[in-house]
Design a protein. Structure first.
Lengths: 314, 262
């Protein structure tokens, strides 16, 4: 049964990823503008027809679309991500150097948000209308209603210009890792805490909690023991928008604090229509989001003792 | 899922929208007029918020910068309301296959990273309102469709709904008479959130340096252009920063909960 579930997990993740990547591949190819001409206009050489034909052959552009896609897929899986139109350097090399920064900020951001948001949500559920509940609500409002770059720029201004605690763009760990991670986390803590709070709050109303209290369990301990599974299920069910947010939030955070991560390169690539870089970036982002969604849904199924038919009805 | 409109939220949202409309059409000074004799002026009676490094009037640029946001709000609200309504009705009344597919599509759309989609669409179609609106609509229609479907499910068991059908009304007629009036509070709340998201997304792309036309005033593009002055003339950067944040916050606060731009 476990093998079956694992195979199903890998299958669904793989198929969804392939679908997302194929759709973006098709979209890029359908847009007018020949990649070779874009490249030629960048490197600013006078191109003969032979040269153009040679490039087309080298990049496999003279093949049919399905063949092109399979060639690209083979290359991507063997870590040969093509050559940048803009710099002429291998895309995989350029992106690998930068991936570490982005992954650290994104992962750090979501982990911080999960830890702090869960704690905040738990205390918010203990006393409705209490301090933690109000903080959690305010963070949720800030998270959805404020622009991330505005919070980042104001933070940078206060910390560097007014308080002079940090040296902006000096390349230290605080500026390049701690602050961007905090910015990404700040925008997710609120929504995580509301999801967690909702799960625990249901428990505080449940008859079994009264029983647990009658047995002599302290209130908080009773809520924690009897509510944590329900809270985790609720969190996993509602986390999808935050998984997507992490990607965009990391991009904003990198630009605000001058981190040499993926986003800087991708924004250049957007301006220059550097399709090999964009295609590789799409594949990476799609992988992160689809894997995240699948992991959440698998964990939710593992945690939820009800059969899935009953969950669908509820 | 509590989604309600508060009266103060509505007043604030209408006020901001009116201000944006006025700003888009009228500015005290020409937002493009370069005056190299009067660069980086502090705020004065002539220049309410001072001038930038080219001597352009910052207040006029802020007002004119409302235009792209306002356009994006209009495009996004009309499209996602329309698509969401249609998809919600299809989820509820369509054949089971279509219904399941649309529900899956809507839930998938919630996981689209809006900012990244907008970035990539900018690469394909050029940075501008088309890319921004398409990226926003791709994810904003989903909450409308899902909450519309949920509302319809609930309505179906109501006595007045069944009475309406028993009296010979067809489904679409009943939808128009009973669903739409019931849906207004929720739709309005979602629309407030989406208007806020549209403002944030337009400004975010500008901030990343991808606005359609760097010459035309736009809040995010202003921050991008002025960010080198953050430590010498902070008011240049902070004026558009606070404008964007205030507008997004007020539009968003017309509601209780929603989803986030990003």
């Amino acid at each position: 049964m476990t093998h079956l579930a694992a195979a199903r997990f890998v299958g669904i993740t793989g198929v969804s990823w392939l679908a997302a990547v194929a759709a973006s591949f098709l979209l890029i190819r359908l847009v007018p503008g020949d990649p070779v001409e874009v490249f030629i206009s960048h490197v600013n050489i006078r191109a003969t027809d032979e040269l153009i034909a040679a490039y087309r052959a080298q990049w496999g552009l003279d093949e049919s679309l399905p063949v092109q896609f399979i060639l690209w897929l083979q290359g991507f899986l063997s870590l040969d991500w093509g050559v940048s139109f803009e710099t002429g350097a291998p895309v995989s090399g350029e992106l690998f150097q930068r991936l570490g920064w982005s992954a650290a900020i994104g992962m750090g951001g979501i982990l911080t948000a999960l830890l702090l948001g869960s704690a905040l949500g738990f205390f918010a559920s203990i006393k409705a209308g209490g301090l933690a509940d109000n903080v959690s609500r305010a963070m949720a409002v800030a998270g959805q209603a404020l622009p991330a770059f505005a919070v980042g720029v104001v933070a940078l201004w206060v910390l560097a210009a007014e308080l002079r605690w940090i040296q902006p763009f000096a390349g230290g760990t605080v500026e390049r890792l701690v602050l961007p991670t905090a910015l990404v986390a700040f925008f997710s803590i609120g929504s995580v805490s509301r999801l967690v709070r909702a799960g625990f709050a249901e428990t505080t109303q449940a008859p079994y909690l009264r029983t647990a209290r009658a047995k002599g369990l302290p209130f908080r301990l009773a809520v924690w023991r009897h509510g944590r599974r329900r809270a985790a299920i609720g969190l996993l069910a509602g986390i999808a928008p935050d998984l997507a947010w992490i990607v965009g939030g990391t991009a904003i955070a990198e630009i605000v604090f001058g981190v040499p991560g993926l986003s800087e390169r991708v924004i250049d690539a957007v301006a220059a229509r550097d399709y090999p870089v964009l295609q590789a970036y799409i594949a990476l982002v799609a992988f992160w989001i689809i894997l995240g969604l699948q992991l959440c849904s698998a964990m939710r199924k593992a945690l939820d003792p009800r059969p899935s038919s009953a969950v669908a009805k509820a | 899922m509590r989604r309600t409109i508060t009266p103060s939220g509505i007043v604030g949202a209408v006020l901001i929208a009116t201000l944006m409309l006025i700003g888009a059409m009228w500015q005290p000074l020409d937002p493009h007029a370069v005056d190299l004799q009067a660069t980086l002026q502090p705020p004065s009676f002539d220049h309410w918020l001072g001038t930038d490094h080219l001597g352009r009037d910052v207040a006029s640029r802020l007002l004119a910068g409302a235009q792209p946001s306002l356009l994006a709000i209009l495009i996004v609200l009309i499209s996602s309301l329309g698509i969401g309504l249609a998809a919600g009705i299809a989820i509820c009344f369509g054949p089971p296959g279509l219904s399941a597919f649309l529900r899956w599509l809507a839930e998938t759309a919630l996981a689209l990273p809006t900012l990244i989609s907008a970035l990539l669409l900018s690469a394909l179609f050029g940075a501008g309102l088309v890319a921004i609106s398409a990226a926003l609509i791709a994810s904003t229609w989903a909450p409308y469709a899902l909450s519309m479907a949920a509302l319809l499910e609930r309505l179906r068991s109501e006595a007045y709904w069944q009475a309406s059908l028993a009296l010979g009304s067809d489904t679409l007629g009943a939808v128009r008479r009973h669903l739409i009036p019931n849906a207004w509070p929720m739709m309005g709340a979602l629309a407030g959130a989406d208007a806020g998201r549209a403002v944030i997304l337009v400004a975010s792309l500008g901030f990343l340096g991808l606005s359609a036309d760097t010459g035309r005033p736009e809040w995010g593009a202003m921050i991008h252009e002025y960010r080198i002055f953050l430590f010498s003339e902070p008011q240049l950067v902070l004026a558009p920063v606070f404008t964007t944040a205030l507008v997004a916050l007020v539009l968003n606060r017309a509601l209780d909960r929603g989803h986030r731009a990003g």
